[in-house]
Design a protein around this ligand. Structure first.
Ligand code: ADE
Length: 239
């Protein structure tokens, strides 16, 4: 079965957008994955095709209606084993390991939130899991959905060449990726580190590992601490 992303949005014209070019776009054209876009507004029931209303209890903004979104979800043909996600800044943070899980499955159904939010009852009634792509607020879930889909698609079999395969990259070992260099040998007086030109593969690997560790410790104390919890550094008294 082809990995499939099914997206429910009020702005279908935003898709495929960047997912239609480069790596993901080529893979979409060659049917290594599939993208279904559904317009939530098609499920509006009233004359004005309204999809949102003012929040109960007052306050600014508009809330996506439970009945309209439920109808949109129910109108999509989908198997029950597919994850049902709602892009939202209050969701569970997306990580590379969650991306790997999603990429290994049949592919998610993704609801893009808009306005001040989505009626809580449809989140519960349709079992939507909220996903955040970071601690900042986008104007809607579409760009977040694209980020999630892109991260999954590049992991699908056949999408990345062996050479670019994701095995060595940031987060796959809980570390940030080491710095990369290419020609010219000298750029504005900055040379490529000698060890990388030494041809000694073990030395290169050692340098890269140290650089990854130093970067992770400096920039991502959270990742560094998690890694050291899983894999405590050997102390001198350890034997
Ligand atoms: N919608 C708005 N902001 C978002 C975020 N940070 N992550 C996921 N969906 C969002």
């Amino acid at each position: 079965m082809t990995w499939r992303a099914t997206v429910l949005t009020l702005f279908p014209e935003m898709f495929p957008g960047p997912l239609g070019i480069s790596l993901a776009g080529k893979a979409l054209t060659t049917r290594l994955w599939a993208l279904d876009i559904h317009d939530i507004r098609s499920s509006a029931t009233d004359r004005h095709r309204s999809v949102d209303d003012t929040p109960a209890g007052g306050g600014p903004g508009m809330v996506l209606r439970a009945d309209v979104l439920a109808k949109a979800i129910d109108s999509v043909e989908t198997s029950p084993d597919r994850p049902r996600l709602l892009m939202s800044p209050r969701g569970r943070p997306l990580t590379q390991s969650w991306v790997m899980e999603l990429a290994a499955g049949p592919g998610p159904l993704i609801v893009c939130g808009r306005f001040e939010g989505v009626d809580q009852r449809v989140i519960e009634a349709r079992g939507l899991e909220e996903v955040s792509i970071g601690d900042y607020v986008l104007s809607g879930g579409e760009i977040a959905a694209m980020a999630l889909i892109d991260a999954c698609v590049r992991l699908l079999p056949g999408v990345m060449g062996k050479a670019e395969s994701g095995e060595d990259e940031s987060f796959s070992h809980g570390l940030l990726e080491y710095p990369q260099y290419t020609r010219p040998q000298d750029f504005e007086g900055r040379p490529i580190p000698d060890v990388l030109l030494s041809g000694d593969h073990a030395k290169v690997a050692g340098w890269r590992r140290s650089a990854s560790e130093a970067l992770t410790e400096a920039r991502r104390p959270d990742l560094w601490a998690a890694r050291n919890r899983q894999n405590p550094p050997k102390s001198k008294t350890d034997g």
